[in-house]
Design a protein around this ligand. Sequence first.
Ligand code: CA
Length: 226
Amino acid sequence: MHKILLVEDEPNIARFVELELTHEGYEVTKAEDGREGLKLAEGGGFDLMLLDIMLPGLNGLEVLRRLRKSSQLPVIMLTARDAVMDKVTGLDMGADDYITKPFSIEELLARIRTALRKQVKQETQQLTYGPLSMDVMRHLVMIDEDTVELTGREFSLLQTLLENQGIVLSRETLMDRVWGYDFVGETNLVDVYIRYLRAKIAEKTDRKLIQTVRGVGYVLREEEGA
Ligand code: CA
């Protein structure tokens, strides 16, 4: 049985989510404020955390920032606000996904299943391409002998490219695979994250590994003659 930590200070939402998840066969532990949630998450034993952003004690983004120093527990952020800034900040800090309130329970369950599936996949994989190597379980990326520090989202983007090396992926496909669903009209986020990745790779090697295919998308492939 999967164990889910629910950090949510609004009693009605917390009760509703707990009931529905329990009904679906998940084991739910609730926390009402950020500090308590962080302490429980750091204690381990959970498969996934649902984390509200607006929380007393510590806000959700701060909980996530602190948690990521020691844990790769999958986290889905719950946000009342639909601001792109909050989404980007949360994803940058290593959230796996987010869901905007009010949400339907079906949508939440779908996101939970996706996050848990990704986790299982991550536990078994080692990926390489040219000088790049990725240890998915240890969340480690190396170029030659150098470690490359990546945020959670950069890591998943690179992982998707590595899993599909030589195959051109459209922005929409990358949004779907990396962010898990459609961000309508926000596929430029992909360009932003590709830029971050390229800059970090360029610090470690002169080889150009990520190519832009104009009008199509991106591919992990070495440039001819490079
Ligand atoms: Ca709240």
